[in-house]
Design a binder for this molecule. Structure first.
Ligand code: SF4
Length: 711
């Protein structure tokens, strides 16, 4: 079936072209009514015409319909009548009345900033947009942020600092195979987005070189020509060391530096202090490998660097990404075909979710909430005085850390996020969630965070609603409604409309996605992320449209910066940064690095994928990856339960012994709750620019525990 520009179908057609609900690749898929009466109501078919994944899906996408079945999800609102009481079933009017009255009560008693909103990078553009509008127009609060702050905010900050604009990839994925050398830093697409591995294979087949930087020998690292295995937290020094060698080896692109950049002199000086022996000492990467990497990248006709959470989720993430961008700029690998820096976003709408106003410091179109012209433009679209819009609010962890405190948020509306598992220092965050006067959670399932709520609102899923997301390439794509939701379930747009009406704003909150998107287009017009020329009809007809797309006839922008960068003078800016240690380095009491990440068969906090039998069979629980030398030293056998302890908490999980990890580092996946919750351990130290927590590194000790505790 060819995608059409047909209006929203109220009854499901025979087959519907749509997209996976999970990661930022947003693979195209086709949904058809399921043949069997029991089980999921739709089945997934290939959609080979969609260019990003060409029909390929990973197990998560293939099994996504399992959560559409009634038994796997929430099918009616839940209420808690008093603290400590169990959740009970309720009707929608009672649940909405309770939520609205609670929000109004806290706002009246403590002021608008005592009411907060917490969104998610998996929400569609329409939901993210309307959530931001709800916070600013209906609640009048500055305190809205979202879990995307935990995901790629450091890359976003570095992008804006260097290029004046933040779009994850400035080129389509299809450009990857045509570059001469690709450096993947802290990215493991072989597990996080397997269909994208095709691009890496094609790169190798065409003669391009692949360098992977990761403290673990991941499945992606096994595909590489060269695997650099630095200590966690050393990526900044590594990038500076490569820049030092590129300069020393005469591999600079002087013409590009002179013509299209500013600030190289300071960057050169910073790199000078990162000579090879010193960088080997900091990173643990041997000098001969540093030289090999610098030469391979510097001598390639074109080169790309892509980062993911590995170098970004640090208290120096913005500077680390800045150093990798500096390497690209120094070698002329930016703003030219088949070259450049990019960030592999994580969540399904990790890109669009940060563009349309659910971030504490932004208004739709990637506008700054502190820019008077941006405020005036958005206020005019919303029909409110610009002066009524609040200023910037607290970033995600700061908002969560303040919950229930005298000067913090006391009533929280949360959608599409599960911070009780996914936030750093998660036991503390769970305590703060418990301290709220009111917690309202909109979710598909009874997540660990929803279990703490006073009001739980069950919402529709990807296959039951229309809406757009923006994939990691900046391609705006369209999810289509393929079936009706269960009777007791409503969409987030509808429930925002209902809450707004109860809070005295009866207009301006459409319950259908396309009118919201049309308003978003107007609100984004003239902004960095300009969607003005994008429509549902165009997206369907063109397999997605790349922003910026400022007018109806505009073709969209698959490749950014080819003529100029988005800075005032059109030049890219070197960052000129220097290495510094992590907020918490190993010491005598906590002698090991802990790093965390994802596994192939689970997704983010696992709230959805842990409920899918096939995925849970493939990845049933947490584990602690240790090098054989470390295991021998600690007397730990493979499969034996071990305790990992940091200054913030303790987690227990079976040991998995592998020489794929460094002997000074242990790894835990972060998808699970309970005793094996990796985020019980992680450090909420924040990057000073992006406010990104330091998920990727903290100091721990590892000990054997009794088998009974491990069980
Ligand atoms: S790679 Fe990502 S988008 Fe594609 S099927 Fe898997 S989870 Fe879904």
């Amino acid at each position: 079936m060819t995608p059409t520009a047909a209006p929203v179908a109220r009854t499901a057609p025979a087959a519907t072209d749509t997209h996976c609900p999970y990661c930022s690749l947003q693979c195209g898929m086709r949904l058809a009514p399921a043949a069997a009466d029991a089980g999921p109501p739709v089945e997934v078919l290939e959609r080979p015409a969609f260019p990003v994944n060409r029909g390929a899906l990973c197990g998560k996408g293939r099994t996504a319909p399992a959560l559409l079945a009634r038994g796997a999800r929430l099918t009616g609102p839940l209420l808690r009548d008093r603290p400590g009481a169990p959740l009970r079933s309720a009707g929608w009017p009672e649940a909405l009345d309770r939520a609205a009255a609670g929000l109004a009560r806290v706002r009246a008693a403590h002021g608008p900033d005592a009411v907060g909103v917490f969104g998610g990078g998996g929400l569609t553009n329409e939901k993210a947009y309307l959530l931001g509008k709800f916070a600013r127009v209906v609640l009048g609060t500055a305190n809205i942020d979202y879990n995307g702050r935990f995901c790629m905010s450091s890359a976003a900050a570095a992008h804006r600092r260097a290029f004046g604009l933040d779009r994850g990839l400035p080129f389509p994925l299809a450009d990857l195979p045509h570059t001469g050398c690709l450096i993947l830093v802290g990215a493991n697409p072989a597990e996080t987005m397997p269909p994208a591995v095709r691009y890496l294979r094609e790169l190798r087949e065409k003669g391009g070189r692949l360098i992977v930087v990761d403290p673990r020998r991941t499945r992606t690292a096994e595909l590489a020509d060269l695997h650099l295995q630095p200590r966690p937290g050393a990526d900044l020094a590594l990038a500076l060391g490569l820049l030092h060698l590129v300069i020393a080896d005469g591999l600079l692109d002087e013409e590009f530096i002179a013509g299209r950049t500013t600030g190289f002199a300071a960057a050169r000086e910073a790199a000078t202090a990162h000579w090879p022996d010193r960088v080997e000492r900091i990173t643990g990467v041997p000098v001969h490998q540093l030289r090999q990497a610098a030469r391979t990248f510097g001598e390639a006709a074109t080169g790309m660097v892509l980062t993911a959470r590995g170098p970004e989720q640090h208290s120096k993430g913005t500077d680390t990404v800045g150093a990798w961008i500096d390497l690209c700029l120094a070698t002329g690998n930016s703003g030219r075909p088949y070259s450049g820096y990019g960030c592999l976003t994580g969540q399904g709408n990790g890109q669009g979710g940060r563009e349309h106003g659910q971030k504490a410091d932004q208004l739709p179109g990637y506008r700054s909430i502190e820019d008077p012209a941006a405020r005036a433009h958005v206020a005019a679209v919303w029909g409110v005085p610009a002066a009524s819009l609040p200023g910037p609010g607290l970033s995600a962890y700061e908002l969560l850390d303040g919950l229930g405190r005298p000067d913090g948020v006391k009533a929280l509306l949360l959608a599409g996020s599960n911070p009780a598992v996914s936030a750093p220092n998660a036991a503390h965050v769970t305590e703060r969630l418990r301290a709220l006067d009111l917690l309202v959670v909109a979710d598909v399932v009874l997540s660990e965070t929803a279990r703490l709520a006073d009001v739980v609102l069950p919402v529709t899923q990807w296959a039951e609603e229309d809406g757009t997301t923006t994939n990691l390439e900046g391609r705006v794509i369209l999810r289509r409604r393929a079936l009706d939701p269960p009777a007791g379930v409503r969409g987030e747009l509808w429930l925002l409309r209902e809450l707004a009406a109860r809070l005295g704003v009866p207009h301006g909150f459409p319950a259908e996605a396309e009118p919201v998107f049309d308003e978003l287009r107007r609100a984004s017009a003239g902004g960095d992320a300009d969607y003005a020329g994008i429509s549902y009809a165009r997206i369907a007809a063109e397999d997605g449209v790349f922003w910026p797309c400022p007018a109806d006839g505009h073709p969209g922008t698959p490749r950014l910066f080819l003529d100029r960068f988005a800075t005032p003078d059109g030049r890219a800016r070197f960052a000129a940064v220097t290495h510094r240690p992590a907020a918490e380095e190993p010491d005598r009491d906590y002698p090991l690095y802990l790093t965390t990440g994802r596994v192939l068969a689970q997704y983010q906090s696992g709230a959805q994928t842990r409920r899918v039998a096939e995925l849970t069979t493939a990845a049933p629980g947490p584990y602690v990856e240790l090098h054989p030398q470390l295991a021998r030293r600690l007397g730990i056998a493979d499969g034996e339960p071990v305790a990992v302890t940091s200054r913030r908490g303790r987690a227990v999980a079976p040991a998995r012994i592998t020489d794929a990890i460094r002997p000074d580092t242990v790894f835990m996946p972060f998808h699970w709750a309970g005793a094996g919750r990796a985020n019980s351990l992680t450090n909420p130290a924040l990057d000073p620019v992006s406010r990104m927590p330091e998920f990727k590194l903290c100091a721990v000790r590892v000990e054997r525990v009794r088998r009974e505790e491990g069980a």
